[in-house]
Design a protein around this ligand. Sequence first.
Ligand code: ADP
Ligand code: ASP
Ligand code: MG
Length: 403
Amino acid sequence: MGLIVQKFGGTSVANVECVERVAGIIADTYHAGNNVVAVVSAQGDTTDDLIRKAKEINPKASKREMDVLLSTGEQISMSLLAMAIQKMDLPVVSLTGAQAGMRTDIAYGNAKIERIDTERLESEIGKGKIVIIAGFQGTNRYDDITTLGRGGSDTTAVAFAAALNADLCQIYTDVDGVYTADPRIVPDAKKLDEISYDEMLELASLGAQVLHNRSVEMAKRYSVDMEVLSSFQKAQGTKVKEVVGVEKMLIRGVARDNHVARIAIIGLPDRPGTVFQIFSRLGKAKINVDVILQSIGRDGTKDVSFTVDESNTENAVSILKEILPSLGGRSITHDSNIAKVSIVGAGMATNPGVAAKMFEALYQAGINIQMISTSEIKVSVLIERDEADRAVKIVHNAFHFGS
Ligand code: ADP
Ligand code: ASP
Ligand code: MG
C-alpha cells in the first residue's frame, strides 16, 4: 500500500462526465490499496473567465482581491469531485489550500510555497479518507488567500507529494505524456517514455505548458517521482526523474514561448556600470530579464537589448524612461511581436553542431534570428512571433524526432 498524489488539470474536470471519469481513476487507485490525495484545477476555462469578469468591474483590482476571486475556481472542482466520489460510497473529504495547510509568502498572484502544515491532512488520510485539495492556492502570514501563478496546480501537487513523502506524483492532463514538441503545433511529435528533471525544467521554463516549471524544480529538489499521463485514455505516460536511460536522441524537445517582449536602450555611453544600473533597477522591481545582448561600443556609445515576459513590458519601459537621463542614453524601443523557440537536450553538451543544425533549418525556411541564447542543455532563438509555430515545426523536423 502506498500514498499517491494525483493532480487533475482544468480540461480533465471540465464537465460532469470528466469529473466522473476522474472520480473513477481515483477510485481505482484507492481500490488497488493506496491512499490517494488528489489535487484539482479549476474547471475548463474558469480561471480565464474569472479574470475577464474582474476586468469588467475593475481592470486595476488589487492582486489580493484577484486571488480571493481566482481561488474559487478550484473550490468548485474540489467539491464536485468529492461529491462524485461520495456517490461511489467511498470516504472522501475536500480541503481548500488553507485547510490543507498550504502556507505561502505574501506575493499575491505569484506566491511561493513556504511550508505545508500536514496535521489535518495526515489525520484525514489516517481515517482512510481520500483527500481532494484545491490546487493553485494557499494562505499567507496575514491569513489572506494567495495563488501560485498560472498553471500552479502542478506545483501544489508536487509540494504535497514532497511534504507527505508520497510514493508517486501523477499529473493527469489532456495529453498522454510529454512530447518532443507541443502536439497541438507538431502533430507528429513523439511521446517520451522518460525525461530528466533538468531537461523537463528547461522545457517547462521555455514555454512547454504541460508542466509548471516550479513543479519540476520542486520535484528535483525533493526527489519526487513524477509521471505525466492522460485522464482521458489509459496509456503509459512520461516519467520525470533524476536519471534517464541513454538514448540516441540528441535533443529531447522543442519549446515555444509566445509571451516575450524585447526592449532596447539605444545610444548608451560606453563606460563601466551602465548595465549594472539598468539591471539592478529592474531587479528591484522584480522584473525578470531573460536574453541580454550588448553591442560593441562604437564612437563612445553602445546599445543594450534584452527580453522580458510580455506582461512586464509596460513596467520595465516606464522604469527605463525614468532612469534614461541619468544613464545618458538616447532612446528606448520595445517590440512585443517576438517569440522564443528553443531546443533542449542533455545530449547537446557533448555533441557539437547541434546549434548549427537549428540555425540551418531556420535559414532554409527564411526565418530571421534576432537574438540567441545558449546553455549546456539548450539553445534559444528569438524570432518574429508570426513565424513561431512554423519555426517549431521546421526545427522539430530537422532533428528527425518522428522517425
Ligand atoms: P492542464 O489543464 O491539465 O494543467 P495544460 O493545458 O496546462 O493542462 O497543459 C497541457 C497542454 O500542454 C497540452 O494540451 C499541450 O498542448 C501543451 N504542451 C506544450 N508543450 C508540450 C509538450 N512538450 N508535451 C506535451 N504537451 C505539451
Ligand atoms: N486554474 C489555474 C490556472 O488556470 C491553475 C492551474 O490550472 O494549474 O492557471
Ligand atoms: Mg497546466
